[in-house]
Ligand binder design. Structure first.
Ligand SMILES: Nc1nc2c(ncn2[C@@H]2O[C@H](COP(=O)(O)OP(=O)(O)O)[C@@H](O)[C@H]2O)c(=O)[nH]1
Ligand SMILES: [Mg+2]
Length: 316
């Protein structure tokens, strides 16, 4: 199980109050009056390479940075509160309670100041009066973990998705001749022709769901996919299977398929007589005798390079 949604409370430190010395102004100027307080610590979210979901937020949902210290007599300043760095996995989206995206943390080492520490109170060292300190910002937000993947494999049960994932990545996740062996998304980095990218295996898409958001909830992890490999193992009906799959995915969210490169794979072609099946529009593959695997790898790389090129053009 991947923990991919948690509600978390953040609070920055309060500013420390300035010291108010009751000595006379002339005396304060000589020996020093009330010093300023310290600033409150910020709360900063930071992408960590050591996390791959939000499970640690199950243990702790409240993060409070240190308060600034009070100012002291003789113009001694209070210490600043320490900032609190909260590590999050790459791919975490921060969303407010109304559902608005605050920030998408999807870059290595990216930082985001979520709550600013309160400013310090001013002591009455030079002036006749002191100024009050400010409280630290506080926010309650939802963290969504959305797996950073470039290529996703999706399809109905038992079509050979995990076999294909293992073949491409060299991993050995459980493959079985019964449906629903894969319970949650699994992803791994791979490198082909010096191009590194991340590929993701997914649980089977369920048909005729009553509540798609519950039963096919993993589909949200296709949000970042640039390429989707749809897999069928049904030589007689792959066309209708592919359109059913696309319909299911886009009814979860139109953004999941729009503008994305989709490859249509017919798997297990070792079992069929290709002379009697019209393979137009699909890529025949077999994870058993490796048919089509090299062609598939080349096509993935070509498509990724094309997508990168377009993204670069757009950012110029
Ligand atoms: N004949 C044949 N069987 C395959 C091929 N790929 C996978 N299988 C079998 O199909 C079954 C389901 O495979 P799996 O990878 O677990 O499918 P998933 O449920 O889509 O992840 C297993 O028994 C696999 O051995 C293939 O290319 N040819
Ligand atoms: Mg599987």
């Amino acid at each position: 199980m991947i923990i991919d949604e948690v509600k978390v409370y953040f609070k920055a430190g309060n500013g420390g109050e300035g010291s108010f010395s009751s000595m006379k102004y002339s005396a304060r100027r000589v020996i020093g009056g009330g010093g300023d307080g310290g600033r409150g610590g910020d709360v900063i979210l930071k992408v960590s390479p050591h996390l791959s979901d939000l499970i640690k937020f199950n243990e702790r949902r409240k993060f409070v940075a240190e308060n600034g210290e009070k100012g002291k007599e003789f113009n001694k300043k209070g210490k600043h509160g320490q900032s609190l760095f909260v590590p999050v996995p790459k791919g975490t989206q921060i969303v407010d309670l109304e559902g608005n995206l605050i920030i998408d943390l999807n870059e290595d080492n990216q930082e985001y100041l979520i709550c600013k520490g309160g400013s310090e109170g001013k002591g009455n060292f030079k002036k006749m009066y002191s100024l009050p300190a400010q409280p630290g910002e506080e926010k309650e937000v939802i963290l969504y973990y959305c797996i950073p993947n470039d290529v996703a494999i999706a399809g109905f049960a038992n079509t050979g998705k995990t076999s294909l994932f293992n073949k491409l990545t060299g991993k050995s996740y459980a493959v079985a001749d019964y449906p629903f062996t894969t319970k949650s998304c699994v992803w791994a980095p791979i490198e082909i022709e010096f191009r590194k990218f991340t590929i993701m295996d997914t649980p089977p898409v369920k048909k005729n769901t009553k509540n798609i958001y519950l039963e096919n909830s993993f589909l949200k992890h296709l949000f970042r996919s640039k390429i989707i490999l749809l897999v069928s193992d049904n030589p007689g009906e792959f066309k209708s299977e592919f359109s059913a799959l696309k319909k299911e995915i886009s009814s979860f969210d139109k953004l999941l398929t729009s503008g994305k490169k989709i490859f249509y794979l017919l798997n297990k072609v070792d079992k069929i007589d290709k002379n009697i099946i019209d393979l137009k529009g699909v890529m025949p593959v077999s994870t058993i005798d490796d048919e089509g695997i090299e062609v598939l790898k080349k096509k993935i790389i070509k498509a990724l390079k094309e997508i990168d090129r377009k993204a670069q053009e757009q950012s110029l």
